[in-house]
Ligand binder design. Structure first.
Ligand SMILES: [Zn+2]
Length: 73
């Protein structure tokens, strides 16, 4: 198990529509794992970047369900 601060997620800049990696983020508004009408389990939380986006300079906030499987496609 790696420490949480070494986890790298893939994010998409919604302004430039480009992909970047960051390990500097934290969970906000974490309500735990929820199950939707289709039986899919997702984390109901927001992911807030600590660092400015390398493309547009904003600190984006994403819903965790959008990032649940960044490498699985
Ligand atoms: Zn951006």
């Amino acid at each position: 198990m790696k420490p949480a601060e070494e986890m790298r997620f893939v994010f998409v800049c919604p302004v430039r529509n480009k992909i970047f990696e960051s390990s500097h983020f934290s969970l906000r508004d974490n309500r735990g794992v929820i199950t939707d009408e289709s039986g899919n389990r997702t984390l109901d939380a927001k992911v807030a970047l600590h660092d400015p986006c390398p493309f547009c300079g904003e600190r984006h906030v994403y819903h965790a369900s959008l990032l649940s499987c960044p490498f699985g496609g």
